[in-house]
Every structure is written in C-alpha cells, then in structure tokens.
Write a protein that binds this ligand. Structure first.
Ligand SMILES: C[S@@+](CC[C@H](N)C(=O)[O-])C[C@H]1O[C@@H](n2cnc3c(N)ncnc32)[C@H](O)[C@@H]1O
Length: 209
C-alpha cells in the first residue's frame, strides 16, 4: 500500500510545483517564504523539512542557517526527491534523504527546528502519530515544529470539497485531524499555537515542548 502511495507521488512530482502555483494561487512561493520567515533559527543551526517534496522550503531555510548550518529535506518519494535535487542544486549545506516520516533516522535532540508543509494531512494511518512522536524526539528541548496546512474554508461548499479531496486520497483520519487538530498535536507537544497565513487560506500550527 505504501509502495502504491510512493508511486502516486512519483508520478505527480513533475507537475507538483505548477499544481501548487495554480491551486494555492501562489506562483511566487509566498506561503513557503512566510513559513520560513517564522522559523527562529540562527547561523549554524540544523533544520529538518519533513515531506519536503520538491524542496521549495529548503532554499529559504538555507539562507537562514548559512554555510555553517545544515538543512535536511526528507521524503519517501524518489520522484519528488529527483525534482528537488534538480531544483535546489548541489550545496554542502543541503542534504536530501529518502526516508519515511514515521521513522526519522536521526539521534534525539539534534534539530533546532522542523517544518512540514502541506503534507501532514496526507500522512496515512498511524503515520501521523508516529511522525509527531518522532518529531518531538529529534527536536532539541523547547524548539518548534511548524506544520503548515490548508485552513478549514468558511464557505461550506469549499469546505466540503476539501473533505472530499482528503477522503479521495484515502486519508479518512485527516478529516478527524482537521476537526480536532489541537488535541491531536497536544498528545505529543505541550504547547500548540495557531498562526494564520496572509490570505487566510492556510495556517501554521507551531508545536513545542
Ligand atoms: C503535498 S506534498 C508537499 C510537499 C512540500 N512539503 C510542499 O510544501 O510543497 C506531500 C509530500 O509528502 C511526501 N510523503 C507522503 N507520505 C510520506 C511519508 N510517509 N514519509 C515521507 N514522505 C511522505 C510525499 O512524497 C510528498 O512529497
């Protein structure tokens, strides 16, 4: 099943950036730039972008941690990582890793911040909870995980369309997560705060222990 999902993302990889620009009306990556602007890291810090996809966030994060820092982009889809590699180019301070979000191959307490943009709701089955547990483990104490997602649309018709899209991806629990998000995140993080993005179509959940 996981294999099929990877194939789905592999097939989508070549079109993904154009889809995002059209769907989010965000041709200039404004949302990812906004998210990166809120990540409180300094030169020399290590940051992990979980489910990095085509890696749009990596370039923004790299500017923040500078040449002595490290930005890691993790994804389970070789297709997405291939597009990501072509897009970000070769840099000593960016590492790409093919791995599952449910098992982060890092030591405890090693990152100064984690990001996960527009992917959390798409994690299937137990993976959502496993990813949160792993995120809490690899973060340094007090450091944040930023989860950016579509916010619940106020228009009932558009809200229904969002539910249908999530259900059509086979992520039934995404709908439950959407409705009880804070409770889901608070199982692993003591402090959870919501930030609305400009345009109010997306939101960022900032989680820390
Ligand atoms: C909608 S894309 C988001 C990409 C990127 N973060 C962004 O903001 O555009 C979702 C990504 O999550 C990845 N993904 C889904 N399930 C995963 C898992 N269990 N482990 C690692 N990556 C996963 C997919 O391969 C895909 O690249």
């Amino acid at each position: 099943m996981r294999h099929l999902r990877k194939r789905y993302y592999d097939a989508f990889a070549g079109y993904y950036d154009r889809f995002v620009a059209f769907h989010s009306r965000d041709a200039r990556d404004g949302l990812r730039s906004f998210l990166s602007g809120r990540v409180p890291v300094q030169e020399g810090d290590f940051v992990l972008d979980i489910c990095t996809g085509t890696g749009t966030l990596l370039g923004f994060l790299r500017q923040k941690v500078g040449p002595t820092g490290l930005v890691v982009g993790l994804d389970f889809s070789p297709g997405m990582l291939k597009v990501c590699k072509m897009k970000v180019g070769k840099h000593a301070d960016i590492a790409l890793l093919q791995s599952d979000a449910a098992r982060l191959p890092f030591k405890d307490n090693c990152f100064s911040a984690l990001t996960c943009s527009h992917a959390f709701y798409e994690l299937k089955g137990k993976t959502q909870q496993q990813m949160l547990r792993e995120a809490a483990r690899v973060l340094k104490p007090g450091k944040p995980l930023f989860i950016m997602e579509h916010d619940l649309p106020e228009n009932p018709l558009i809200r229904m369309l969002l539910y249908i899209r999530l259900l059509s991806m086979g992520t039934r629990q995404a709908v439950t997560t959407l409705r009880h998000e804070k409770e889901v995140l608070q199982k692993h993080f003591a402090h959870v705060e919501k930030v609305t993005t400009p345009g109010r179509r997306s939101k960022i959940m900032v989680c820390r222990n």
